[in-house]
Write a new protein. Structure first.
Length: 280
């Protein structure tokens, strides 16, 4: 039976209030209960403070087990809440992870959407198709697939669907060769990016790859459209590119400067607007 959960998005002095480890405060809504009242009670119990919430929820996250409603809240003090700066939050697994993308993009200002934002959480849904992508960097430049068949040039990390019987590692090296002509050696997996599309989960595995050779002639490459080709782009340009996956781009630029993650970062990326600069 589907459940209803209510929680709050509370900022205090520009920092986000969470329960340990990184959960937005919330609780199940009793049968015939009021979601807003439940959210207030949950914050009082979890954070030790009195809050006020907006009349209507701003976020609705639909999971495999139920619906989570989140109300924007205000408070004179944050009680015993753990308060995260934006710099801390972008590298932490805020739960629910689907909501974290929208929260980080807006942070403590007005939401970038109108009314209620409804998000489908891909976690736990049967995967429709898994993908593997190759992060190849050479002399400060990253290898991307550029598409110019659209109103604005767009970019994608080389890769594609994992075929039956393939491992993600097999797929990423095959796709790299098919799309660019380069051969590669996997260093390690650095990110997993999931999104909900067409009613199912589409997990992606992204590997740091050391590649050999040069980009092959366009006619020999297996790309979806004629108006696409591999290009080398400065890593520093990633945060401002119209790139998929959007949230992974700026992280690659950050990791390239400061060191690659020891374990794969886990992201949920459902952004439709790829044109805005990203640092969330």
């Amino acid at each position: 039976m589907s459940s209803l959960h209510a929680g709050v998005i509370l900022f205090h002095d520009g920092r986000l209030a969470v329960q340990d480890p990184c959960n937005l405060p919330g609780a199940p809504v009793p049968p015939c209960g009021d979601p807003a009242a439940t959210a207030v009670d949950a914050a009082r119990t979890a954070l030790g403070c009195e809050i006020e919430v907006e009349p209507e929820p701003r976020l609705e996250v639909r999971t495999v087990s139920g619906t989570h409603l989140y109300f924007r809240a205000t408070a004179e003090h944050a009680g015993r809440a753990r308060l995260l700066t934006r710099e801390e939050a972008v590298h932490l697994p805020i739960t629910p992870w689907t909501a974290s993308e929208a929260i980080l993009r807006s942070w403590s200002g007005d939401p970038w959407w109108d009314g209620r934002l409804v998000l489908e959480d891909p976690d736990g849904r049967p995967p429709k198709r898994s993908r593997a992508g190759a992060i190849v960097i050479r002399d400060g430049r990253i290898l991307l697939i550029k598409y110019w068949d659209r109103p604005q040039d767009m970019y994608e990390i080389p890769g594609g669907g994992i075929e039956p019987g393939e491992t993600p590692q097999d797929a990423v090296l095959r796709e790299l060769t098919e799309e660019t002509g380069l051969t590669g050696t996997i260093i390690r997996e650095i990110a997993q990016v999931n999104r909900n599309l067409w009613g199912g989960s589409h997990p992606g595995h992204y590997f740091l790859v050391e590649a050999a050779g040069e980009i092959g002639p366009r006619a020999t490459l297996d790309l979806d459209v004629e108006q696409a080709s591999p290009v080398w782009v400065p890593v520093a340009d990633l945060p401002g590119l119209t790139l998929w996956p959007k949230r992974l781009g700026w992280r690659i630029a950050h990791w390239y400067r400061h060191g690659w993650p020891r374990t794969p970062a886990v992201l949920c990326d459902s952004l439709k607007d790829l044109t805005v600069p990203c640092d969330w």
